[in-house]
Design a protein around this ligand. Sequence first.
Ligand code: NDP
Ligand code: 8X3
Length: 253
Amino acid sequence: MQKTVLISGATSGIGLACAEVFAKNNYNIILTGRRGDRLSKLEEEFKSKYSVDISSLNFDIRDKDAVIQAVKSLKDNNITIDVLINNAGLASGLNTVQEGDYDDWNKMIDTNVKGLLYISREILPMMIKQGSGHIINIGSIAGKEVYPNGNVYCATKHAVDAITKGMRIDAVKHGIRVSQIAPGAVETEFSVVRFHGDKEKADAVYKGFEPLHPEDVADAVFYVANTPKHVNINDLVIMPTAQASATIMHKTE
Ligand code: NDP
Ligand code: 8X3
């Protein structure tokens, strides 16, 4: 039977690349994100390219009631979710704690931690009822290490690491798989968002080495989602060859 994947944050970067690889491989796709214009365009584009069910849900994952409503609309239409990719997330700012911006902190904590929890809280009971499911959380090398000025973003990704482990413990008796993929540097809109729209600063991050492409991470997500049912990849760290750790990068310029 055809499976359905819901991807949080499918309007760009890793989430969008996941949507492509899963659609190409015959999964029904539910695209989500805040930018409604992009979502509608992508929905149309995917419908014309792939012969699977494509739909979209436009909500801000920080808004608990909007998340609950979005998942309710799935239940009302008897749509079940086989794979939830918890990808929506961001870094906002790169500062010391003493110079930190409260809005940046709230954005990161509310999206990366609370948003991930809200949607998981709503989807997990559906998976438990159907007796199967797979949650794949997009963590980060920032959830394994802490780097200068990364404080709060790193804390949110350490939280994703811990929540993944906790969720796996809670879900094991229901036969539900919970995995984390933790990438190093991936060239997406991530750095433009981190630097509040400063494209020059963002481009500099990826100069002098080949970062991961969103498709590299999407391929790993697809692999993790498609192991035999008795196999769970708990945690997968995926780095550019030129990046040895959060802070050690081999740059040629
Ligand atoms: P992008 O900025 O390209 O994509 C982020 C996605 O998250 C967008 O689709 C965005 O959609 C969505 N999103 C952000 N905030 C919200 C929100 N409040 N509600 C709903 N959706 C939201 O970055 P990436 O693809 O790089 O990031 C994806 C994930 O990967 C993040 O969790 C990030 O932390 C993680 N990651 C990224 C790495 C990198 O180097 N790029 C490395 C390791 C992990 P919209 O704006 O339409 O809402
Ligand atoms: C994104 C990668 O190293 O900028 O999570 O934190 S990093």
